[in-house]
Write a protein that binds this ligand. Structure first.
Ligand code: AMP
Length: 292
């Protein structure tokens, strides 16, 4: 395995004939990242993992300075996953000056995470576009945990004509149901228990959907407004957690999986229940897919 920044990457890439899969990360790697690497391994001849905490996607007052950077552990995990090249530039190497020209995430980048974190997705898409240019991958593997990010990267690949196959992998969870995240290390034991209301809420919604939705005769057992009833099942769980002072809810919405527009009564096709909540000072996001 090689480790390097821009020059080393260019030399390495120019010498490679086969296909390349890229796994972009900000480091602090866990089993969710490992699943992406395993998928990358089976999808291409060579695997590149990027480790870069991208300052462009952090707002003022967010955790850029404190974001965990356990570099040696990350390298060990990449090595054990059979990664071929770890691209680990410094901030100065990646941004010799702050870019004047950036990718704009548009309407889909201004809602949900984008509404609470203005400019976040412009920063994400700008760095992803840079990574695509630098690595020139055939395949890119992202997690569906950051589902809005995934939808926007998919949109960018189409809108800007990148010739890259995008693969999305389901959310990897800890045994207690909490979605794995590099930010989970911020949680105290008590906060971690409180955070479990998030996966519990998603499960309540999935259960409600199973009760109300009969795929063989859609809508027959349905409530008057199925999307609202499903959302309410999750909201009941989260409202209790909010009332107990365990978390602050930012958003909880059932949306169309392509457009991220809220599902209306009679929705058909793929949907996502999106949730974000703050537990103490830690922002957590999660989601679950549903088919109608
Ligand atoms: P990050 O390092 O948090 O920016 O994440 C890098 C990639 O790993 C993104 O594509 C994330 O969606 C993905 N990822 C992070 N956590 C998980 C998880 N629990 N399950 C699946 N993918 C994940």
């Amino acid at each position: 395995m090689e480790i390097g920044a821009l020059d080393e990457l260019r030399t390495w890439r120019n010498a490679r004939q086969g296909s390349v899969a890229l796994v972009p990360t900000m480091g602090a790697l866990h089993s969710g990242h490992r699943a992406l690497m395993d998928k990358a391994r089976e999808s291409a001849d060579f695997v590149v993992v990027s480790l870069f905490v991208n300052p462009l996607q952090f707002g003022a007052g967010e955790d850029y300075a404190h974001y965990p950077r356990p570099f040696d552990d990350d390298i060990a995990l990449c090595e054990s996953a059979g990664v071929d090249f770890v691209f680990a530039p410094t901030e100065a190497q990646m941004y010799p000056s702050m870019p004047e020209v950036r990718v704009s995430a548009g309407r889909m980048g201004a809602v949900f995470e984008g509404a609470s974190r203005p400019g976040h997705f412009d920063g994400v898409l700008t760095v992803v576009a840079k990574l695509f240019s630098l690595v020139d991958p055939n395949v890119a593997v992202f997690g569906l945990k950051d589902i809005q990010q995934f939808c926007l990267v998919r949109r960018m690949i189409g809108d800007l004509n990148f010739t890259i196959d995008l693969i999305g992998l389901p959310v990897v969870r800890d045994a207690d149901g909490l979605a794995m995240s590099s930010r989970n290390v911020y949680l105290s034991n008590e906060e971690r228990r409180a955070a479990l209301a998030i996966p519990e809420a998603l499960k309540a919604a999935t259960d409600r959907k199973a009760d109300l939705w009969d795929p063989s005769s859609p809508g027959q057992r349905g409530a008057a407004n199925l999307p609202a009833a499903i959302e309410q099942a999750a909201r009941d769980v989260l409202d209790r957690a909010v009332a107990a002072g365990d978390l602050e809810l930012d958003y909880l919405t059932l949306v169309d999986a392509e457009t991220l527009l809220p599902c209306r009564e009679g929705h058909r096709g793929s949907a996502l229940l999106l949730v974000s909540a703050n537990v103490g000072r830690t922002r957590l996001i999660d989601n679950v897919p549903m088919e109608f």
